[in-house]
Write a protein that binds this ligand. Structure first.
Ligand SMILES: [Zn+2]
Length: 153
């Protein structure tokens, strides 16, 4: 289980090894991704609160990166954070996510990106529920949920 000290350690000293790497030019991403996904994943945009696909959705399944298909979060870690964006307590795997200090907008935050393709996902905060205390606040546009019966085994 990851805790805030792990998040800070990754952001300060280096991120976990990804399971694989996907590297494309921004022109390739722009050609491949729908505009709303491109703005979030590649240009670090934030989608509107509440008016997004997964904010209030609690169907079972696996949330994959909309850029590269890497499993990022599981529905069993999703919870209602009253933030307006889908929120999770833990990543699907330690190596799935990378962490970066983000001082934009006059705030001190930790940005989270897909560790395979580098796509912007959202931020993680230390005000989540026990026991880990983490809140991954994620843009729906960066995710694709795959239902339990659709996940290839
Ligand atoms: Zn990705």
């Amino acid at each position: 289980m990851l805790r805030w000290i792990d998040v800070l350690t990754f952001a300060k000293y280096g991120n976990p090894e990804p399971p694989r790497r996907v590297e494309k030019t921004e022109a390739e991403w722009a050609a491949e991704l729908p505009p709303a996904r491109f703005r979030v994943l590649r240009q670090h945009a934030t989608e509107p609160p509440y008016r997004n696909a997964y904010c209030r959705s609690y169907e079972p399944g696996e949330y994959q990166c909309a850029g590269c298909g890497t499993p990022l979060f599981d529905s069993t870690t999703k919870y209602h954070a009253i933030s307006g964006w889908p929120s999770f307590t833990q990543p699907a795997a330690r190596g799935a996510i990378q962490y970066h200090f983000d001082e934009s907008h006059n705030m001190q935050r930790v940005e989270v990106r897909c560790n395979v393709c580098g796509g912007h996902l959202g931020h993680v905060f230390p005000d989540g529920p026990a026991p880990a205390g983490l809140r991954y606040c994620i843009n729906s546009e960066s995710l694709v949920r795959v239902g339990e019966d659709e996940i290839p085994s």
